[in-house]
Design a protein around this ligand. Structure first.
Ligand code: GAL
Length: 367
């Protein structure tokens, strides 16, 4: 389903209860000031650093007070940062979780104080205390990645040639990971059943293909192991990678095994997040050939609009009520569209939109 920022808006009647619940059970509508705690998960991936600052700026521009913290991939750190935000009296929490099931207890304390909780990009699971979800069509991310492989290699359902592909998924404690993976797998499935796509390692499930904490080094080591075990005497045509940091780890292992980036036998490698280093590789033909761009400026805008709507006494816009079940309920969501980026269109999608300059791409570190 294609969604746009101001796409499909659902009627708000069914959601009124949800947003009122965000104001605290039984409370009279007291005037909110917009005080928001922003909890980001890691600084190892560029986007969260940029988005933390972007969210903070947008909220401050509205005159709202903010607290911004980064959990640095450590769950207890994130929990205590959120607890401290609650203690300081935030009315809203915008959280990109490190562990998707680790926040139940602290969020129940937030809810007792009437805090509205917005799950940011990553869905928080197994708690009734999430009010809204702002993210992208995460399944579509995997679809775009797999389609890139299919079109780059020219695979058709009737191809007699066999293409060897390996699959990587993200961190299993991030709910997005399964959506990206499923989108990719479903798209490749007819070709796998038809026999034109082969996965020599036979690793086709979430767990064995996973990459803890989305770590580049974990991905590099898994790729090195796969090359050693399965590719001594057959070609590797493509690697489905869910995220740019992982893609660069895969490229590192390939280079260490004497594959030459840009040559005909260098595998097609996908990615996600349009990180500068990966855009550089895409532009220069020195590694991965694709990334999925998720315009995080729009995501920040969605989350901030949610806060603003509630402060102003109205109900946030959502465009999806039935995709994201967090184990307790379907979370009212606003989902944005991801966009496929290659050497052919990066100028138009990433540069012309002002997300990155050519200069920043050129000056990014080589790997
Ligand atoms: C996911 C996110 C991706 C990527 C990854 C690693 O949750 O949706 O865009 O950033 O984390 O940080």
């Amino acid at each position: 389903m294609q969604l746009s920022r101001r796409g499909l808006l659902f009627g708000t009647a069914g959601l009124a209860a949800v947003s009122l619940a965000g104001c605290g059970a039984g409370e009279d509508t007291k005037q909110l000031s917009g005080f928001t705690g922003i909890s980001m998960p890691t600084t190892t991936s560029d986007r969260w650093v940029l988005e933390g600052a972007d969210l903070e700026k947008r909220l401050k521009d509205l005159g709202y007070k903010t607290i911004l913290e980064n959990g640095e991939d450590d769950i207890p750190t994130q929990v205590s940062q959120i607890q401290s935000m609650i203690d300081q009296g935030v009315e809203f929490l915008i959280i990109a979780a490190i562990g998707n099931t680790s926040l139940g207890e602290v969020l129940s304390k937030a809810k007792d104080k009437g805090v509205t909780i917005i799950s940011y990009d990553r869905l928080i699971l197994e708690t009734p205390d999430v009010d809204y979800y702002a993210s992208f069509n995460n399944y579509q991310v995997g679809v775009l990645q797999a389609k890139h492989i299919i079109s780059r290699l020219g695979i058709t359902e009737t191809s007699t040639e066999k293409f060897n592909i390996e699959l990587f998924s993200g961190s299993t404690d991030d709910n997005n990971s399964q959506h990206f993976f499923q989108g990719g797998l479903d798209t490749l499935e007819p070709y796998i059943y038809g026999g034109s796509v082969v996965i020599p390692s036979n690793q086709t499930e979430l767990e064995p293909t996973s990459t803890d904490k989305w770590s580049r080094d974990v991905a590099r080591d898994r790729m090195a192991g796969l090359l050693e075990e399965f590719y001594q005497d057959q070609p590797l045509h493509a690697v489905l990678s869910p995220y740019d940091g992982i893609s660069r780890g895969i490229v590192e292992a390939l280079v260490a095994a004497d594959f030459e980036p840009g040559s005909d036998d260098f595998p097609v490698i996908t990615g996600q997040d349009a990180e500068l280093r990966s855009l550089k590789a895409i532009k220069e033909g020195t590694g991965q050939t694709e990334t999925v761009f998720k315009d995080t400026r729009l995501l920040a805008e969605v989350a901030v609009d949610m806060v603003k709507s509630i402060v102003e006494g109205s109900t946030p816009d959502v465009n999806d009520l039935g995709t994201y079940d967090n184990g307790f309920k379907f979370i009212p969501s606003y989902l944005l569209d991801p966009v496929d980026v290659t050497a052919e269109n990066y100028k138009e999608v990433v540069v012309a939109s002002g997300y990155a300059t050519e200069e920043a791409i050129d000056n990014a570190p080589a790997d």
